[in-house]
Design a protein around this ligand. Structure first.
Ligand SMILES: Cc1ncc(COP(=O)(O)O)c(C=O)c1O
Length: 412
């Protein structure tokens, strides 16, 4: 058995090597995670962390969930990859699991959130150009404060300047409207120049912004009236994060297309779009043409076996009800903190287990101090501390997290 000092030395060496070999694009915390169990993570030095981030809304079932681990191991021993030259059993079953649980009639699989949004944008353009015969409907409407990914197209439709800077010239034909402002959406959509309107049912990276009541329905009506494809980016809000399987269920409004990723594989990389029968025509193969969209790894047996398992376990273990219950507890505890620290804290926001504690200052220092004290949280929109634990988290886990957070706030 290695001693504590040896483990610490190993971690320090790894971080030093990282400094030499990794491209320095990230701003990483000085720790290397070695293993996880439920909502706990342990780094190479042996330090324990209480994880309220779930890998940025990814590890829906927590770390090392026995059913997910076993299913992935089984699949890895059977078949990892074949390509989409052939049908894939696990892909068909994962698509069925999604269509059985959502508005979607058809599913396309890829590998990440940005890729899912790319597929949704391509679907919308081709739907207008090829299916509807409207080659001038190019405009993509997106919302200020949004986050849709880091590819060259998805940074262009991300409504935060800091992600776009330095990457121009960007995709043209993008209009940004304020999130929650139906009047602004109407003005742009009524021109009938847009192929699609894309938005998050709750803006996550932008600072956990819940839209005003009636906004999604208003957009649905506008998109219907103007034959614009309505895309919900459910990459962060989907797969149970908000206490409903899909974030849009809170508003009882369905899109034409939704993008998914993050929690869908419970930690195995996978992305997807779900589309109505009508919208799916936008990416349907036409005889004599090229395959309109594809991905080498998209929908591979390993990732799809994980997705089916995640969706099944969420249902069988009542994790949506748990997310609602534990989410309400976070809200209550956040509100108590807001009352107690009015100079530092502004308000509590969010739904289910996508929760934000808005601060009156930048949240970075608190986030770093929490990690030093053994609590993992993340920052959204610069000033908001985000709690997005696994859907298996308990109220006791939340209470432990709040105790650590309060120690940090009290000493600031
Ligand atoms: C709403 C939303 N869309 C898209 C993405 C991009 O996903 P990925 O990092 O898997 O490309 C994210 C990532 O945080 C997201 O929150």
């Amino acid at each position: 058995m290695a001693t504590n000092d040896e483990n610490q030395q190993r971690q320090d060496e790894l971080i030093e090597t990282a400094g030499a070999v990794l491209l320095k694009n990230y701003l990483q915390q000085p720790t290397v995670m070695a293993r996880g169990q439920g909502v706990e993570l342990f780094d190479v030095s042996g330090k324990r962390f209480l994880d309220m981030t779930a890998g940025i809304s990814v590890c829906a079932l927590g770390h090392a969930h026995p059913e997910l681990s076993a299913r992935i191991a089984e699949q890895a021993g059977k078949l990892l990859h074949t390509s989409n030259l052939y049908f894939i059993e696990e892909q068909i079953l994962a698509a069925k699991a999604i269509t059985d649980r959502s508005f979607a009639d058809r599913v396309y699989f890829c590998n990440s959130g940005a890729e899912a949004n790319e597929a949704a944008l391509k679907l919308a353009r081709r739907y207008q150009h090829v299916v509807k015969g409207a080659p001038n409907r190019n405009l993509i409407v997106s919302t200020e404060g949004s986050f849709h990914g880091r590819s060259i197209a998805t940074v262009a439709i991300t409504g935060q300047e800091k992600y776009r800077k330095g990457f121009g010239p960007l995709l043209e034909d993008v209009a940004m409207v304020p999130y929650g402002d139906l009047g602004a959406a109407r003005t742009v959509l009524e021109k009938r120049e847009a192929c699609c309107f894309i938005l998050e049912p709750i803006q996550a990276e932008g600072g956990i912004i819940v839209p005003p009541a009636g906004y999604l329905q208003g957009l649905r009506d506008l998109c219907d009236a103007t034959d614009t494809i309505l895309i919900f980016d459910e990459v962060q809000t989907g797969v149970g994060r908000t206490g409903k399987l899909w974030g849009h269920e809170w508003d009882g409004v369905v899109p034409d297309v939704m993008s998914m990723a993050k929690a869908l594989g419970g930690g195995v990389p996978i992305g997807a779009i779900g589309a109505s029968e009508k919208a799916a025509e936008g990416l349907t193969f036409r005889e004599g043409g090229a395959v309109p969209h594809a991905s080498t790894f998209g929908g591979n047996p390993l990732a799809c076996s994980a997705a089916s398992t995640v969706l099944r376990v969420i249902e069988e273990q009542g994790l949506l009800a748990n997310a609602l219950h534990v989410g309400e507890h976070i809200e209550k505890r956040f509100n108590e903190l807001v009352q107690k620290y009015p100079e530092t804290l502004l308000e509590s926001r969010g739904r289910g287990l996508l929760r934000g504690l808005a601060m009156k200052t930048l949240a970075g220092p608190t986030y770093r101090r929490c990690r030093e004290e053994g609590l993992l949280v993340s920052v959204a929109g610069g000033t908001v501390l985000r709690f997005a634990p696994a859907l298996i988290a308990t109220t006791d886990n939340v209470d432990e997290a709040i105790t650590i957070l309060e120690t940090v706030l009290a000493n600031d």
